[in-house]
Design a protein around this ligand. Structure first.
Ligand code: FES
Length: 91
């Protein structure tokens, strides 16, 4: 399971947490990743200055805008699900 944590703190909420989460849920459903990716909320991640803060696994991003949801999803989530769930075999 790849866990996506979206900040629901007040600053991020004002910058579009709900819209970003809705779009990510839509893309997860579109790509049939239900059960492989989950989205949860978290309070302030101490990176409030630009846009919504998001953690994908143990990697944290900040300044994500709802309009960037699709680009963010395909770059940071979709392509990594397989690698995260199926670790490479040692040579
Ligand atoms: S409110 Fe989201 S990082 Fe602070």
């Amino acid at each position: 399971m790849l866990l996506i944590t979206i900040c629901v703190g007040s600053s991020c909420s004002l910058r579009g947490t709900d819209e970003l989460a809705s779009e990510l849920f839509r893309l997860i459903e579109k790509e049939k990743l239900e059960g492989l990716v989950d989205i949860v909320g978290a309070f302030c991640m101490d990176a409030c200055s630009k846009g919504v803060s998001v953690r994908v696994g143990d990697r944290q991003f900040s300044g994500i805008r709802p309009q960037q949801a699709e680009e963010f999803f395909y770059k940071e989530i979709f392509g990594n699900v397989k690698n995260i769930l199926v670790p490479k075999k040692p040579d």
